[in-house]
Design a protein around this ligand. Structure first.
Ligand code: SAH
Length: 519
């Protein structure tokens, strides 16, 4: 093997299901991969982090729709590894916990193909935690075992000694066992474990589809049948299972487990998405707004010249998007921040002011309410209007309150149209399906145009969201939601994304305890 063709295989644990549970090391490997061979149980969302030109191979569902055999997977890893590629083998949970990762590593070691194993959060511990069951607990469980339920417990030659395991440890975590719950429970009871021992099942742990049921060793198989629990699921037996009703994540934090519709543009949604994910919510992004640049370079050049000549007293920014677009376009015509040295800057609200700060600019005045009326009042209060020359970079089709108010007050106004905020040509079908199936718990509106555009995307009305909690960034968005028949439950007092999330948390937290129940 020449140095140039020496590849490398990373066996990466993807975690139990939530894509955020991959490790930093695993993410680094994935971001640099040339080939990704992924498992059925690894979070599909993770594939988006591989480079665009990476070869993605589904080891669970090959082209002809049959699962690749272990030999075929080994051959793939060897082939690409020997071919000089950076290969990531993405496996659910931890690669060495029932994932056949050990076998793959042995094959690579024998063949002399460089390999690195990157551990993952095993479903046996992390998935259980996501379901609300701690694997150990002081004075309740001081030991645990992770067992495969794949073998038929009634066969005498079985490798799992249920009779000995039954009482050997406090917590038994059984993977791959949903199909054999009756047999396993019986074998444990016969082995001496009390039939009244608490037990639980966690299906699709740490995903939005997670379901948890609880019972006892004697009842759990029937409970599972009644509710229709299916693989992949974790079966846990032991007193820790009784803690589930207390430690159900949905009881621990107001947004945990909630499916939250995010209607901002793709480019703008990341702050909200990150805030929601950190709270344990499931953001569903449906960009109801696309920022389409509509810039006339001559107009931008003209604005730059007037700014630099000191012809404007004020420039007013009415959204963070206006800040970013304007500064990008200013740069595009050869200008930079120095064009703004002779002009005062006004921001319509704190979110816009933050956008200015990110670009190294401090607003001279900031209105509190993020609506045009507030800024007008603030300007009037400061008696700074008559005879001003003002530059207003803004969206095509935006509200006219501010320009009309400024002109009425005797301002000489130059409007600079930068972009059109419009509904996107097409919406992600999964998000639309989630709305239509009534799966949305919370809908967030960060502007009134997202309300209107979402309604357009949904064929004119928002009734599919009637049972969702409606959260709005401010009074204008709330008013628009009302016009479409949605009564907002939350209207943020601080008109920023953080302000809206804070208000939403407070609202959900104050509700009479929602029963977590089966899900
Ligand atoms: N290497 C994996 C386990 C692979 S064996 C790990 O460390 O988690 C496959 C079994 O793991 C499944 O049958 C199921 O019992 C369990 N499992 C994996 N992911 C799961 C999830 N998100 N929810 C519930 N069980 C899961």
């Amino acid at each position: 093997m020449s140095a140039a063709s020496l590849g490398h295989v990373w066996l990466v644990g993807a975690g139990p299901g939530n894509p955020d549970y991959i490790t930093v090391a695993g993410m680094n490997a994935l971001r640099r991969a040339e080939v990704v061979v992924y498992d059925r149980l690894s979070a599909p969302e993770l594939l988006a982090y591989a480079p665009d030109d990476a070869l993605l191979i589904d080891a669970g569902k090959a082209a002809d729709n049959h699962t690749l055999t272990q030999d075929e997977i080994n051959a793939l890893l060897l082939g690409h590894g020997r071919g000089g590629k950076r290969v990531v083998r993405l496996k659910g949970g931890d690669p060495y916990v029932f994932g056949r990762g050990g076998e793959e590593a042995v094959v690579l070691a024998d063949a002399g193909v460089p390999c690195t194993v990157i551990p993952g959060v095993t479903s046996a511990i992390g998935g259980l935690a996501a379901g609300g069951v701690p694997v150990t607990h002081r004075a309740v469980a001081t030991s645990f075992a992770v067992i495969t339920g794949h073998e038929d417990p009634t066969k005498p030659e079985a490798g799992v000694h249920w009779d000995r395991l039954a009482t050997a440890v406090d917590t038994l975590v059984i993977l791959m066992g949903v199909g054999r719950l009756d047999g396993i429970a019986r074998a444990l009871i016969e082995g001496g474990r009390d039939a009244s021992t608490p037990a639980a099942l966690v299906q699709e742990a740490s995903t939005p589809r997670q379901r948890v049921v609880t019972g006892t060793l004697a009842t759990i198989a029937d409970v599972a049948r009644d509710v229709g629990i299916e693989a992949p699921a974790l079966f846990v037996v032991g007193d820790v299972a009784a803690l589930q009703s207390t430690l159900d994540p949905r009881r621990l934090a107001p947004l945990a487990g909630k499916r939250v519709l995010v209607t901002r543009s793709r480019a703008q949604s990341s702050t909200l998405v990150d805030a929601l994910r950190a709270e344990g919510a499931w953001p569903i992004v449906l960009p109801a707004l696309e920022m389409e640049r509509r810039v006339d370079a001559t107009a931008v050049r003209d604005a730059r010249a007037k700014l630099e000549a000191g012809e404007y007293n004020w420039t007013i920014f009415t959204s963070s998007n206006a800040v970013d677009t304007f500064l990008d376009e200013l740069w595009g015509v050869g200008g930079d921040l120095r064009a703004l040295t002779r002009v005062s800057i006004a921001a319509i609200g704190p979110g816009t002011a933050q956008a200015l700060v990110r670009r190294g600019l401090r607003a001279d005045i900031i209105a509190e309410d993020a609506i045009g009326e507030g800024l007008l009042a603030l300007l009037a209060e400061n008696r700074m209007i008559e005879g001003w020359r003002v530059l207003l970079p803004r969206a095509e089709g935006a509200r006219d309150v501010l320009p009309e108010g400024l002109r009425a007050a005797g301002v000489i106004l130059d409007e600079l149209t930068l972009y059109l905020a419009a509904p996107p040509a097409e919406a992600p079908p999964e998000a639309l399906a989630a709305i239509r199936n009534g799966e949305i718990d919370v809908v967030t509106f960060a502007s009134s145009s997202t309300v209107r555009n979402l309604a357009t995307l949904l064929g004119g009305d928002l009734s599919a969201l009637a049972s969702a909690t409606v959260a709005c960034i401010g009074p204008i968005a709330a008013q628009t939601a009302r016009e479409y028949g949605l009564e907002p439950h939350v209207v943020a007092e601080v008109h920023t994304i953080d302000g809206m999330v804070a208000a939403l948390r407070a609202h959900l937290h104050s509700l009479p305890e929602a029963s977590p129940g089966t899900r």
